[in-house]
Design a protein around this ligand. Sequence first.
Ligand code: HEC
Length: 402
Amino acid sequence: MKHLLKLTLLASAISPITTLAQPGQVGDLPEGPGKQLVQTVCFSCHTAFNIVGSAGYSNPQEWRHVFDAMIDLPDAQANTIAEYLTTNYPARPDRAPVLIPGPAEIEVQEWTAPTLGQRSRDPIEAPDGSIWWTGMWASLVGRLDPATGEMEEFRLPVTARPHSIVPDADGNIWYTGNSNGTIGKLDPATGMITQFETRAADPHSAAFHPNGKLYFTAQQSGMLGMLDPETGELKEVDTQPRPYGIQVAANGTLWIAYNGTNKIGAMDPETMDVRYYDIPNAASRVRRLGLDSKGMVWYVNSTQGKIGRLNPANGEIKEWDSPSGARSAPYALAVVNDKVWYNESGMRPDALVRFDPETEQFQSWAIPSGVGIVRNMWVTKDNNLLIHQSSSNRIGLVTIKD
Ligand code: HEC
């Protein structure tokens, strides 16, 4: 009953989202025993698209491994669904990543977030060393103690559906209310939430600046924002289509990735004026970027299956093909000790890739619970990497030994 209750709550909480099944899409599934069950239990969170577009799995056990992280069903129903899916959606070998051996060693620890199917994502490290994540579809943020594995989930306003979170110096967790047009602050000591209403409908990713202000992107609204947490003062400006990732450089410039045009932007923190740099190929789209110690901007070219480097001094750009090729869909990215880490979100398992700019060599690993996908990464103060999987409901810590 507990899980049923959870599911009901979740389904009502997410009702406004566009990924809910539309009547016309229900017929997308082939006939067979299990079809109706899939429509009944799976489409409460997403459409057939996630199933039809998946990499498929070769046996019922693997299928259960996939959806057991989303919903807790009685065995009878789960097995019927798993048989049906194995028959109709067997593994597609073309989605397997090309994994490259190399010199670096890593250890990956993963934790399953308590509320299933929450679309766990965007983990961060708070000043006290705790790990936090957001469960977008369940409108919650969670705290994980990496030493004990203990997890706690804090409910946010159901309409918020936080996309990303960032901590402030006092350990408050700031979230982007992607569905209710707010920036919110959770004080973990009291559980109290403060909301700031934005003009942008969909705050997306955020970053704190050394000047104390919170800067954010709003993808669908095509806006950039600046919030002063002290005064609540907000300034928002229009920008190029679909601003996405945002990072602060050592010199204070804010770097913006664009998912709706082939550009990267450099924003002045005071004036909010943006200088744009063109990325080669009009079809290029950049979701996330990161900075190395020399101020070079590293980015994923998600549509072209490449990673790239922009030199802000002269606008020069160099790109490299990701190991799994044109359809690898590099997505999240972080620079750790001047090595570039990112994932190939088009592959199953989702692959974690390391690129060494000095040797120009790639190395890659399958993410253990790699049903997919990493949407954002975070570098810890010990220079390790926080990752996650939004489908298999995992939060991960990658300890880097190089
Ligand atoms: C409580 C919500 C919920 C329910 C119910 C649910 N899912 Fe999901 N599912 C998710 C989330 C969240 C994702 C990740 C979506 C994303 O990251 O965009 C996902 C993604 C998927 C994917 C894509 C995996 C990949 O390759 O990335 C498949 C396949 C899938 N679901 C199958 C199922 C099946 C089969 C069922 C029914 C047995 C089901 N889901 C029920 C939440 C749910």
